[in-house]
Design a protein around this ligand. Structure first.
Ligand SMILES: [Zn+2]
Length: 246
């Protein structure tokens, strides 16, 4: 149920066409699992919390470092050394105390993924390595939980909305596992892509607008262009291929 105080808080989105209390209730009853409280996770979490997504599960095993602060705007200099999830919850609770936060400072593995994210309505991939992304992708396919994937580097980023069998899964178009690299990154690039991830999740939860199903959107901040390509499921995909034969 939406409280009076919340009606005031969300007034500027409640007045969006076709939004109203019904959409706000859907957000309030939803759980988003956000993997990574860093460059992408910062804007994604802030906009999810600001919009009123009722339960946010944050998962990140890192602590705040000075080198994070060019992009990870949930954190600040006084929080250096603090677990990122605790720093994030502190910031987010200040922003919106109506949200329930579950902070998990652990590494996501195939052994714990289902316990961590198995009950979520949507998984937001704000990670910086493909090994863990593929762990979450496998869960997303097995449990039919949509996953908003994004990645960033330099001035560039990409994002798509994965929900097999309706769409490809991550392994359909990233069958390899590139090694983790500390790529150079302008903070604003992560800001843009993380904000887009929150928008995809909010549209999915409320059932409004079109998500990036079967489309991979590229952002090039250097030339300042957005472009989109169609991505098709791979019938021989090692993760979602069997699902398609049923
Ligand atoms: Zn696949």
């Amino acid at each position: 149920m939406i409280l009076n105080n919340e009606i005031q808080r969300y007034a500027r989105q409640l007045s969006l066409q076709n939004w109203g209390i019904a959409a706000q209730d859907k957000l309030k009853n939803a759980t988003a699992f956000v993997a990574g409280a860093g460059g992408l996770g910062s804007p994604a979490l802030m906009y999810l919390a600001a919009a009123g997504v009722g339960t946010l599960v944050l998962c990140d095993f890192d602590s705040v470092e000075l080198t994070n602060l060019n992009r990870q705007v949930l954190h600040s200099e006084r929080k250096i050394g603090m677990p990122k999830v605790d720093s994030a919850v502190e910031t987010l609770r200040d922003l919106n105390p109506h949200i329930r936060f579950h902070a998990v400072a652990t590494k996501i593995t195939s052994a714990n993924a289902e316990t961590l994210a198995g009950d979520a309505d949507v998984i937001i991939d704000c990670l910086d390595n493909f090994d863990t992304r593929h762990v979450l992708n496998t869960l997303s396919v097995a449990k039919s939980i949509p996953m908003v994937h994004a990645g960033v580097s330099g001035f560039q980023g990409q994002i798509t909305f994965l929900h097999p069998p309706e769409t490809a899964c991550l392994a359909c178009f990233y069958p390899q596992k590139p090694e983790k690299q500390s790529a150079p990154i302008l903070g604003a690039t992560a800001g843009i892509l993380g904000a887009l991830q929150s928008m995809e999740a909010i549209k999915h939860i409320t059932g409004m607008g079109d998500t990036l199903k079967n489309r991979l959107l590229f952002f090039d901040g250097f030339g300042m262009n957005f472009s989109t390509i169609t991505i098709a499921p791979n019938p021989k995909c090692r993760v979602c291929g069997k699902m398609r034969k049923k």
